[in-house]
Design a protein around this ligand. Structure first.
Ligand SMILES: *Cc1c(COP(=O)(O)O)cnc(C)c1O
Length: 422
């Protein structure tokens, strides 16, 4: 008797095989994931079947590691990719935080809020975790809440670190929830002045803004993600970079994870004892497909040029922002890859309905994930005249359908005269 036949009696009698899964191509115009470049998809599909110790897979990881150092602007030996999504990279850079460590974390939206939650999980004692397992509130973590729609400023950071003098400080560079850029120079300076080790969520800034992390030496740890500025496929590698100070700390104190252990995971990227080495040490089974596509995404970014890309994001964001404002919406963000805005007052409350209609048509924009409800439109990998026209045109149609008076022709004319001004 086959296992299949046995199973049949325990499930629905009329079970039929599902058809192959078809996923449509949508216009990813949200905060992320961005539209994957065809070259990245091509490398993914063209990779042969090869295991995680095969010489070209390992070579690809080494080359990706060197490219990542360029992308981050760093000489940190511990610069590599953590398998998974942005949260995997962040989990890796938070893992050196041990129960009882003092932390000040700055929260100004959905993502820094989740980061703060992960920090509280790590910094809690066993008793504190047991007291409220799904939302522990250890006294040693001070969360500074900055209102949605506002940036974390140097003054806010300086005041909090001067008062609390923590071992660690945390901030998101770009808060994608509200579309706000936070003050990275102010964060670095306050960390240096008050002796805190800085951790930064650079998920939405790496590959979008041009900055070199070695210019911010008091920030010991940085984490990003595969699918925003890097424009690889989701679930490949989350770039991280940790400096010698935090690696020494981990060497002395250890941390409570195998899979996201910064020293152990780095071994597979041929990093050992603070140096590049020839041979990879098994940490987990890497995918040749993931390595090949991630490698191509990094090549694309470096070919384009970090500075050029940052300039282009700023230029195209301005075009999108002007068009959205010309439709009567109020933009509250200042991020170069994303605009976050309120509908004109008479349509307040219709944000989710409008976003839902756009998404049904494959125009994948987003609402905010935490209150207040706003609309988010992003331009990851949309840095062309055609793509901007498509996004603005589809959004203008959605506004018109909702009942707004929108002069689409004039808005597109203005957009194109702006885009041709360069
Ligand atoms: C998207 C995002 C994350 C989470 O990344 P995933 O790839 O979804 O795990 C974390 N932080 C910020 C600032 C983000 O924008």
């Amino acid at each position: 008797m086959s296992r299949q036949a046995n199973l049949k009696h325990t499930t629905e009698e009329d079970f039929e095989m599902f058809p192959q899964l078809e996923i449509p191509d949508t216009l990813a115009a949200g905060p992320g994931p961005g539209n994957t470049d065809p070259r990245v998809l091509e490398r993914f599909a063209a990779a042969g079947v090869a295991d995680h110790m095969q010489v070209d897979v390992v070579r690809g990881m080494k080359e990706a590691k060197f490219m990542l150092r360029e992308v981050f602007g760093t000489r940190n030996a511990y610069t590599f990719g953590v398998c998974g999504t942005g949260w995997d990279g962040l989990d890796c850079v938070f893992s050196p935080i041990l129960p009882g460590d003092t932390v000040v974390s700055f929260v100004n939206g959905t993502f820094s809020g989740i980061d703060d939650f992960n920090i509280r999980l790590k910094a809690s004692s066993v008793e504190e975790l047991a007291k409220d397992p799904m939302n522990p509130r250890p006294a040693n973590v001070v969360t500074i809440d900055v209102p949605h729609g506002e940036s974390v400023t140097g003054e806010i950071i300086e005041a909090a670190l001067a008062e609390h003098k923590p071992m660690w400080a945390f901030m998101a560079h770009f808060e994608t929830g509200s579309g706000r850029v936070n003050d990275i120079q102010g964060f670095n300076d306050a960390c240096a002045k008050h002796g805190a080790m800085g951790i930064v969520d650079a998920v939405s800034s790496l590959g979008i803004a041009c900055f070199s992390i070695d210019d911010y030496p008091a920030v010991t740890s940085w984490a990003s993600c595969p699918q925003k500025g890097i424009l690889g496929l989701p679930l490949t590698y989350a770039p991280v970079s940790l400096n010698g100070k935090v690696i020494d700390l981990v060497r002395r104190r250890g941390c409570y994870t195998y899979v996201h252990h910064p020293i152990l995971e780095a071994r597979h990227w041929c990093i050992a004892d603070g140096k590049d080495v020839e041979t990879a040490a098994y940490h987990r089974t890497h995918s040749g497909y993931a390595v090949a596509s991630f490698h191509e995404a990094l090549r694309l970014l470096l070919e384009y040029g970090r500075e050029q890309k940052a300039e282009d994001y700023e230029f195209y964001e301005k075009g999108l922002r002007n068009a959205i404002e010309a439709m009567g919406c109020k933009v509250t963000s200042n991020m170069p890859s994303l605009v976050v805005f309120d509908l004109p007052e008479e349509f307040t409350g219709k944000e989710k309905e409008l976003v839902g209609k756009c998404r049904e048509r494959g125009f994948a924009i987003w609402p905010t994930l935490s209150e207040p409800t706003q609309i988010r439109i992003g331009i990851l990998n949309q840095l062309t005249v055609g793509a901007l026209n498509d996004i603005v045109g589809r959004y203008a149609d959605a506004m018109t359908e909702m009942g707004a008076t929108v002069d689409k022709g004039r808005i597109l004319d203005d957009l194109n005269s702006y885009l041709s001004s360069r």
